[in-house]
Design a protein around this ligand. Sequence first.
Ligand code: FUB
Length: 369
Amino acid sequence: MLICFKTTVSVPVLAASLALLGACQSNNSAQETSATAQTSQADTAAAKQPLSEPLVRDIYTADPSAHMFEDKIYIYPSHDIEAGVEENDNGDHFAMRDYHILSMDSVNGKVTDHGVGLDIKDIPWAGRQLWAPDAAFKNGTYYLYFPVKDKQDVFRIGVATSKSPTGPFKAEPAPIAGSFSIDPAVFTDTDGQAYMYFGGLWGGQLQRWQGGKYNPNAAEKEPNTDVPALNARMAKLTPDMKKFAGPVKEVVILDENGKLLLASDNNRRFFEGGWMHKYNGKYYFSYSTGDTHLLVYAMGDSPAGPFTYQGVIMKPVQGWTTHHSIVPIKDTWYIFYHDTQLSNKTWLRNIKVTELKRRADGGIETITP
Ligand code: FUB
């Protein structure tokens, strides 16, 4: 069931799409599907164009955090590699070792790969697995925020600095005190205050941090019952952008009745890959629902929330993970995301970009890849 669902979405190779569509249907009732019906499915599929081609083809890239710096688009993605690690629910097969920084003059322009901006070997406290990064700029310095497991195999978040958006970045000697889990996303509000949003379930270890301390014996997954869902975390950053300025808080997400989302509500609850943007004075916290493979969003009146769940931004892409960033470029909003078009392997992904459209009420239109 899952395999049918996931492989029939967004596969831009028409022949593959049609073959898979056919395979899924034969599981249901379509043995007697007529030649005419097959032709009309082919017509529909043929009319469907891929939203975007992979931005880079000679390396695998994922988790794109995009920013406009110096009037240019810079992308800070994960750099996926074939590490030869067996696939598991803990994400051990995502065993990345460096970051390549990319830039473009315009959305459809040529992509430049600026090479390695930070290597795991140059992070003194790092053990393994450089996961989804983000970047920020303040007062002439660029900051690269990255999650990596420390030598005790616990995910922490580090920061590295450079005078250039393309690096090389120099890592601070220790992780950000009080940081944990994965997927940092740094948002700078219009008043200049920066905030970091972070966290991720399962392999991202967020479920091991309940009660404020790391519990290595905690279950590998969150409870899947009608208890409140585990929330992403956020903290204010200090003016030098290198530390948490205050306590780590939960990013509370409520349903339409003002109730906390439940752990069992896995079409809506936070899983990983948080991102914050502001539009017309409202704060949009968007994230991946992980095991239901959706990108969704919630809205609030302050960067600290609470946020109310709104809807789906992007339906599942090809591959298990889905991860995004949302950024205005000139007068248009774009969503950078990834799928596995080039490899069809969950751990070898490729980044893409497409336009993000809003309704008149500020709500985001759902994208079907
Ligand atoms: O790239 C490794 C992990 O996969 C990221 O940290 C998650 O958001 C997911 O995309």
